[in-house]
Design a protein. Structure first.
Lengths: 107, 432
């Protein structure tokens, strides 16, 4: 799971941008849903690397969510190369939802 | 393309979308014809007009929309490309024309040796064979060996068998291949069509989609595995028994094996429902949950029908009618109404907005249809179903006519929302 305490200021700002990406099924942003596993900012290489998952394989809007993440990060840092990596390990579970996300979903 | 991400395997929307439009029109047509069938339906489940409406519903409404949905679903969940988009187009048009010709023949009681019946049956057979070839050639390439997929693939085999048997029954009337009347053969045709094709397909599709929409995890997959074997074994046993001799003991044993399979599949989806993330159900999920309630009703009447209790002998025809009605106009219609709202808006939304996410302010998939219209037809559908149920139970023509009016309202509103989604014009606003 993502430990936001270990993120740099820029990485935290990137995460805030990714919070604008909403999962259209549950209508919760994908950060609070726990789909973002890692955010890396490499200043020397001018590169942003994000590792994320989806709530299910075969998710019909999977491509769109990933593309949305790329778009918002590129819009925020247009001079950087943005790479969004999809992983299925570890498998996402509802325990990964943040307290904010759980509050929204009345969990 | 990233590993394990399969949305890009989806076929062109021009393959999938017309199925939803044509299916909705057939549902509306069947609802209108149901009004004029009310007298027949009050007394029998096998009259020419009843057969006509039944075939419009099972072929034009349910099967046709399922074909379209599977062309989208198989590539996405099985992570394979659709074998041929051309075959899918031909299959749609042959099924559409075949259904019209076949139901026209039934309506006018032109059964057997008529050009409409033969041409209609042939076109449907061609359509189904093309569909079977297309989906099996796609599905068999999958590396996703799951029981959800096994259910879908086996349902396709049962569909082929259903249609071949339907054609055989028609030809047997003329050529007498086997010394069996169509009354003996029709229950086999009905059961493998309803349980083999529809029920197994719904088991596969629902067990794939519902946990995904509910975002439910840690479900017991063993339930699906056992359900898959029980359902198939039960259905094979029932079909052979119906064909060869209707031994009551075998009927009851096989009906309970089948029932065990259905209960396990329902339990799997009920667990997903209980573990759902989003407690408030949207219209698509409300209708899908309602479908499971109606499935329970079908199972109850299916058991009564199989048991043939002496105490119920006066109600035999009505029990069979209620069994068919609760399956076709209840369970299957409700799940298709619901799953339209879970699939079509996403397909259209992806087509229009996939490249615009994050760049513009865009609507969500749920904004593509009118929520109030969907709510209205949810309630009109419930009223329609309850009224037809009581109408058949009391053999009351007027109640069946009132029910048909509510089915027309349901189908009309549903068709309105379907076309509203299909003709949705792109709406983008600059990001603030």
């Amino acid at each position: 799971m993502l430990d936001t305490e270990k993120l740099s200021v820029t990485e935290k700002s990137i995460l805030e941008r990714i919070k604008t990406v909403i999962d259209p099924e549950v209508e919760v942003n994908i950060v609070d849903l726990g789909l973002i596993y890692e955010v890396h900012h490499y200043e020397e290489e001018k590169r942003i690397h994000i590792v994320m998952t989806l709530s299910a394989r075969g998710c019909p809007v999977g491509d769109t969510i990933i593309q949305h993440v790329e778009t918002v990060v590129k819009a925020f840092l247009p001079d950087y190369e943005t790479e969004v990596e999809l992983t299925w390990e570890p498998q996402w579970t509802p325990e990964m939802i943040t307290p904010e996300g759980k509050a929204f979903l009345n969990m | 393309m990233q590993a394990g991400l399969s949305t890009k395997n989806a076929p062109s929307p021009s393959v999938v979308l017309p199925h939803y439009a044509v299916g909705a029109i057939f549902f509306l047509t069947a609802s209108v014809l149901l009004f004029f069938t009310s007298g027949d339906l009050a007394n029998s489940y096998i009259g020419p007009k009843v057969l006509s409406v039944t075939h419009i519903l099972v072929l034009g409404w349910i099967t046709l929309i399922i074909f379209g949905a599977l062309y989208q679903l198989i590539p996405v969940v099985m992570e394979v490309k659709l074998f041929s988009e051309v075959l899918a187009h031909i299959s749609l048009y042959t099924l559409m024309i075949g259904t019209v010709l076949l139901s026209y023949s039934f309506w006018n009681n032109y059964i057997g040796e008529t050009i409409f019946m033969q041409a209609g049956g042939t076109l449907i057979l061609v359509s189904v064979i093309l569909f079977v070839v297309n989906t099996l050639f796609s599905a068999l390439k999958t590396k996703q060996r799951t029981y959800e997929n096994a259910f879908i693939i086996s349902s396709v085999f049962w569909l082929l068998l259903t249609v071949l048997l339907g054609i055989f029954i028609t030809l047997n009337l003329v050529f007498n291949f086997v010394p069996k009347s169509n009354i003996d053969l029709l229950p086999v045709h009905f059961h493998i069509g309803i349980t083999g094709w529809f029920m197994m397909l719904v088991a596969g599709v629902a067990s794939t989609l519902l946990p995904m929409f509910f975002i439910a995890h840690k479900l017991n997959k063993k339930l699906l595995k056992i359900s898959f074997y029980l359902t198939n074994i039960g259905l094979i046993a029932i079909s052979l028994n119906l064909y060869f001799g209707k031994n009551t003991v075998i009927t009851i044993i096989s009906a309970f094996i089948l029932l065990g399979g259905i209960i396990l599949f329902v339990k799997y989806n009920y667990d997903a429902y209980k573990k759902r993330l989003r407690k408030k159900l949207d219209m698509g999920m409300k209708l899908s949950v309602l479908a499971f309630v109606l499935l329970f009703l079908s199972v109850v009447f299916g058991i009564f029908s199989a048991l043939k209790l002496d105490i119920l002998s006066d109600f035999s025809t009505r029990i069979k009618s209620l069994y068919g009605i609760s399956l076709i106009l209840g369970f299957l219609t409700s799940i298709i109404l619901g799953q339209m709202y879970k699939t079509l808006p996403f397909i259209v939304w992806l087509k229009l907005y996939q490249d615009k996410v994050g760049k513009f302010k865009i609507p969500m998939p749920a904004h593509l249809y009118n929520e109030k219209t969907a709510n209205l037809h949810y309630y009109s559908f419930i009223i329609a179903f309850i009224t037809i149920f009581i109408g058949i139970l009391l053999k009351e023509k007027l109640l069946i006519e009132i029910s048909a009016v509510f089915f027309i309202i349901t189908a009309g509103l549903f068709t309105f929302n379907t076309f509203k989604i299909l003709f949705h014009k792109e709406k983008t606003e600059p990001l603030k």
